[in-house]
Design a protein around this ligand. Structure first.
Ligand code: CP3
Length: 353
């Protein structure tokens, strides 16, 4: 039976806690600048143009599926679509990351946000999911959004940062403003995820790239309720609650409180020991967590790391409720050969029940 599993069956079986023939596999940032056709598309089209044109978004989302035996596609978009739709005017310069034209500095800035108008401006995201769903056959499909905290990081700072001190200062100095801003992000993001699920996404991932900057009690007090606010707005299906995954970069110290957010799965950062997370959360889907740097170390290193991870997945509960992935997104200098070797190491596994 196991060998007849399609990619989508395998992915859904992980959420159902059913036996797996091997872990389902996808990779964070599997579409992007490390791929040749992506670079060709970007030479002709702006980043927002790619996100907002379903044919282009689908083309770049399909490229990794054509090259590697991945079990899932992720819609091509960005977490910063949400603040952009609220009117914060997000742009991507050449190579230097995002810029926020109208950053959040005071309550007056927040008054300008177009919460009511944002969902209509995000309609392209559901269209991209519809288009991609048609193109991927029996593979699983993920939608995604940014966590309210990570969106607040960019909104308050106005650009990328190593420590996002503007957002962390805001959280401590004016927690009421930070909360109102995060509630707006949460509600618009929840609407986006609902639209992606309605358009055919099998699961959704919430990216909290900067969650690890916060100490545990601040994260628990201010961010966990925002993740919960999103999860509670997702529809449940006959198969159970919506399939949701929370990724927190640098979140090892947060692990004990992440389960309080109500998500169905946790995507582990590369520094989080798989078996420690499993001991804490025997019933959650766990995803991860090969260090993306191993892909830079070459095909052999990548394959060895993937094999070790898959052995850990199998060790504790016979290999249920697991999804193979990286511990953060693929970096631009990564080679196609390294990604192929990692994928091979996972997909050649055969677990007998
Ligand atoms: O294939 C996929 O995974 C889907 C596409 C995807 C992108 N961004 C496309 C993208 C996803 C899931 C994201 C999420 C995202 N965006 C996160 C969370 C995950 C993470 O990597 O931590 C964050 C923090 C962002 C915000 C963002 N978008 C930054 C900081 C940047 C510039 C730096 C960078 O990584 O390139 C982007 C731009 C961006 N988003 C690119 C891509 C392919 C590169 C744009 C280009 O120059 O072509």
């Amino acid at each position: 039976m196991a060998s007849l599993m399609t990619s989508r069956d395998r992915f859904l079986a992980a959420f159902a806690g059913a036996p797996l023939d091997r872990p389902p596999l996808w990779l964070m940032r599997q579409a992007g600048r490390y791929l040749p056709d992506y670079r060709a598309v970007r030479a002709q089209h702006g980043f927002w143009e790619v996100c907002k044109t379903p044919a282009l978004a689908t083309r770049v989302a399909l490229e990794p599926l054509a090259l590697f035996p991945l079990d899932a596609a992720i819609v091509f978009s960005d977490i910063l679509t949400v603040p952009d739709a609220l009117g914060l005017d997000v742009t991507f310069g050449t190579g230097d990351g995002p810029r926020v034209g109208r950053p959040l500095k005071s309550a007056a800035d927040l008054e300008q946000w177009d919460v009511a108008g944002a969902p209509a401006k995000l309609a392209f995201a559901a269209d991209a999911v519809t288009d991609l769903r048609r193109a991927i056959g029996e593979r699983a499909l993920l939608g995604f959004c940014g966590s309210p905290w990570t969106l607040l990081c960019y909104a308050a700072e106005g650009q990328g940062s190593d420590d996002f001190r503007a957002a962390r200062t805001l959280l401590l100095k004016d927690p009421a403003l930070a909360r109102r801003a995060m509630e707006a992000f949460a509600d618009v993001a929840a609407g986006l995820l609902r639209a992606q699920l309605a358009a055919g996404a099998d699961a959704v991932q919430i990216f909290d790239t900067w969650g690890g900057l916060l100490p545990r009690e601040l994260y628990r007090a201010h961010v966990v309720p925002m993740i919960r606010r999103i999860v509670e707005q997702l529809p449940s299906s006959s198969a159970g609650p919506a399939r949701s995954i929370l990724f927190v970069r640098g979140g090892q110290h947060l692990l004990p409180v992440l389960g309080e957010s109500g998500v169905a799965g946790l995507s582990l950062d590369w520094r989080t020991p798989w078996r420690e997370a499993r001991a804490l959360y025997p019933r959650l889907v766990l995803q991860g967590n090969v260090d993306p740097i191993t892909l830079l170390a070459g095909p052999d290193a990548a394959a060895a790391e993937a094999r070790a991870l898959v052995a850990d997945m199998r060790a504790d509960d016979g290999g249920r409720r697991c999804i193979a992935n990286l511990g953060h997104g693929i970096l631009p200098p990564t080679t196609v050969e390294s990604v192929a070797a990692l994928c091979r190491a996972v997909t050649e596994v055969q677990w007998s029940s």
